[in-house]
Design a protein around this ligand. Structure first.
Ligand SMILES: Nc1ncnc2c1ncn2[C@@H]1O[C@H](COP(=O)(O)OP(=O)(O)OP(=O)(O)O)[C@@H](O)[C@H]1O
Ligand SMILES: [Mg+2]
Length: 266
């Protein structure tokens, strides 16, 4: 167990531990000895100003960037994640804000993009893919009916549910969501919140990056706040106020109920 982070779930093994992770771009320490962990069924909000290092930290976990230092453990075992394929093999899926959907095809085609189901004749098994799509979407978003339309016709929230369905269809255990609600209105944001609650019930762990502190307090069990590449501190959302977390983000000040990280001031 990482002594810097404390143990929010005594006796449980974290799904993910990132320990002492660093990466520099030129002279800039984008991530500087940062540690975070994540337990099954938990949402950990990653907070911090623009440029704090949030996306870079999770890109190391998703295999997009190589780290200069530190360790990654999955279910308590150290792993080497050298590329996105390695990350997927450990059940790590990332949903970027841009979503990376194929706009001109329907939900089922998106769910199976690059991993299509084939019939025994080697042709695309559209019926099987649509049936699977209806199953997984039915669980995540029971009101979704627009299976025959290209995803470009869908609302932001519906597109988000297609992206999430795509991740969990391939057995994601660890989901990284970078600003999932930034482009969404209030109704769609609520829809994504419902999706996240469904995923939690299945024991999926979620790193949620967001600038919206209200969303984070609604959805996250814990927060980790970053500033200048360093972690200011960690807190349970039930044990700190939004103002205290804003103080962590803006001033780097760690309130009494938070666990200090190396980036805390005073
Ligand atoms: N590929 C890159 N090359 C050079 N510098 C980079 C690269 N990616 C990130 N950086 C720098 O690393 C630092 C951390 O950036 P990062 O994107 O991780 O911040 P962030 O916390 O995700 O910010 P935002 O809230 O704006 O998304 C910044 O100073 C950024 O300019
Ligand atoms: Mg970012």
């Amino acid at each position: 167990m990482n002594a810097n982070i404390g143990n929010p779930h005594p006796g449980a093994t974290p799904l993910v531990e990132m320990r002492d992770i660093s990466i520099a771009f030129g002279g800039i320490r984008a991530v500087d000895h940062a540690s975070v962990d994540l337990f099954p069924g938990e949402v950990v909000g990653l907070l911090g100003h623009n440029g704090a290092g949030k996306s870079t930290l999770i890109k190391i976990l998703s295999g997009a960037y190589p780290r200069d230092g530190g360790q990654i453990l999955i279910n308590g075992e150290e792993v080497q994640i050298g590329n996105p394929r390695d990350a997927k093999a450990y059940g790590i899926e990332t949903i970027y804000q841009t979503l990376a959907l194929a706009d001109n095809v329907d939900a089922a085609a998106n769910l199976f993009l690059g991993r299509e189901l084939l019939t025994s004749w080697g042709t695309l098994d559209d019926a099987a893919m649509e049936a699977e799509a209806r199953k997984v979407m039915g669980r995540l978003n029971p009101n979704f009916r627009r299976f025959k339309e290209p995803v470009k016709a869908l609302s932001g929230g519906q597109r988000q549910s297609v992206a999430i369905a795509r991740a969990i269809l391939f057995n994601a255990r660890i989901l990284i969501m970078d600003e999932p609600t930034a482009a969404l209105g209030p109704h769609e944001t609520a829809q994504v919140g419902e999706l996240i609650k469904e995923l939690k019930k299945d024991g999926i762990g979620i790193f949620l990056i967001s600038h919206d502190i209200h969303d984070v307090f609604d959805l996250a069990d814990r927060v980790a706040v970053m500033k200048n590449g360093q972690v200011v501190g960690y807190a349970k959302t039930t044990e700190v106020t939004k103002d205290e977390v804003l103080g962590m983000i803006i001033l780097g000040k760690c309130p009494p109920n938070a666990i200090r990280g190396p980036g805390a001031v005073d």
